[in-house]
Design a protein around this ligand. Sequence first.
Ligand code: SF4
Ligand code: SF4
Length: 173
Amino acid sequence: MNILQIIFKNAGKQSRTRKPVDRVPFPVDFRGELTHDALQCTLCGTCTYVCSPAAIEITRDEGDMGYWDYDAGRCTFCGRCVEYCPTKALTFLQNSAPIVSMRSLERTSHVVEYQHCTRCGATIIPIPHETLIRLYHSEEAAKKATEVHNLCEKCRNRLHSQILKSGISGSKD
Ligand code: SF4
Ligand code: SF4
């Protein structure tokens, strides 16, 4: 069979080339582009601790904000940071990580704003509400807990000792 015969034979057949819409779907647990939700992040540092290639860096500023920095060029997409992040601030998207032309474009920097203790005004990063719901298993319990979690460590300890003292003195009566 010569080349012309092959061309004529194949001309009548359907194309077997995949169109972009026929893309094979990514598996559910695909480790694609890493995303970070600064509103859920408490700058706890767990992700930096578990990241072997040091792709994540945390900077806690003296002022009103801290920084979460990620270098996709160092990331091996092992998934440990996503697995260990206590607030679920990190997730993998269902797409392949973007290919960029410059090394600097592989770096992402997010600002995490501090908040203030509702009693003394000290800077804190409270546990996000979504995490409290997961911890307390209900929206209502999480709302009650927010009051305590919006305090700094010192004020929280003071509050707990006050509750303890009033409980002890109440039981003596
Ligand atoms: S992304 Fe998660 S693990 Fe990393 S600092 Fe923020 S809260 Fe902690
Ligand atoms: S996926 Fe792995 S290598 Fe990438 S930032 Fe997270 S812990 Fe580090």
